[in-house]
Design a protein around this ligand. Structure first.
Ligand code: ATP
Ligand code: MG
Length: 249
């Protein structure tokens, strides 16, 4: 390796621009071929590093968010699910709802794409540098109960209240006792008008009494969630059984 190359690589690393080491020669070639002047060359080099940093920041945010799987809005087949307005979902993809601290609620039976759309929006948010966490309702409640027992509930609630977007998936698959409802109420109250929530449930609100032991607290939770929210009622058939001959009657 030439002395100047060794020096350059050391300088990139000293400046924490190590990502340029495998790429800078290619950028020089491009600059030579396109006859770029010094200003243009420097800008191209910095642009490369900005793109790389943005990409690794998005990847880190997606990793931290703990999505159970990766799904994007582009891979959602809206023609299969006409009860969802594609334009509305695409509008929400602009993520204005996060800046306005609004909520999105997906209600519908199994397999209609509630989790897929939530993850798709969550990934968009991570790519736009928002802090996101994805969790299931049962995991979240378990975590809050453990925090209460170990005396760190306030810290845990503060942690959740600082996120830009909290995705709570699958509310309704497990019954929620009084204690858990109380913890959930505290969390929803803390985020109310301060940060967005995407919530998915297989039950419509008028059926939440089947899930919550304490219907008074359930009503208070619904009240806060629904104020400043968009509710998507999805009523199609499960994508999981698409093209499968299944008779469940
Ligand atoms: N319209 C769609 N286009 C493409 N894939 C879809 C569509 N709807 C659902 N899927 C896929 O079908 C599977 C089930 O969807 P998803 O997990 O989002 O359903 P859900 O509504 O959350 O169901 P559940 O209530 O059982 O959790 C996923 O792999 C998802 O990517
Ligand atoms: Mg789901």
């Amino acid at each position: 390796m030439r002395e100047i190359e060794k020096l350059l690589e050391k300088q990139f690393k000293d400046l924490k621009l190590g990502g340029l080491v495998p790429n800078y020669k290619q950028i020089i070639d491009k600059a030579v071929n396109s006859k770029l002047n010094y200003h243009e060359f420097l800008s191209l080099l910095l642009e490369e590093e900005i793109l790389r940093k943005d990409d690794s920041s998005s990847k880190r945010k997606i990793f931290i968010a703990k999505f159970p799987f990766i799904k994007t809005i582009d891979t959602f087949d809206f023609s299969y699910q006409p009860s969802i307005n594609e334009k509305e979902i695409l509008n929400f993809s602009s993520l204005e709802f996060i800046d306005k601290k609004e909520n999105i609620i997906f209600l519908g039976p199994p397999g209609v794409g509630k989790t897929h759309l939530s993850i798709g929006l969550g990934i968009k948010a991570c790519m736009s540098k928002y802090r996101v966490i994805f969790t299931s309702a049962s995991k979240l409640l378990e975590e809050l109960e453990v925090s209460l027992k170990s005396g760190i509930l306030t810290d845990k609630l503060l942690y959740y209240s600082r996120l830009h977007l909290l995705i709570i998936d699958e509310l309704g698959y497990m019954p929620i006792n009084k204690n858990q409802a109380n913890l959930l109420f505290q969390l929803i109250s803390m985020r109310y008008e301060r940060g967005s929530i995407i919530l998915t449930s297989n039950y419509n609100f008028d059926e939440w009494s089947k899930v919550f032991e304490d219907t008074v607290v359930a009503a208070a939770i619904i009240d806060r969630l629904v104020h400043h929210s968009k509710i998507f009622y999805i009523n199609g058939t499960s994508y999981r059984i698409k093209n499968k001959l299944v008779n469940i009657n």
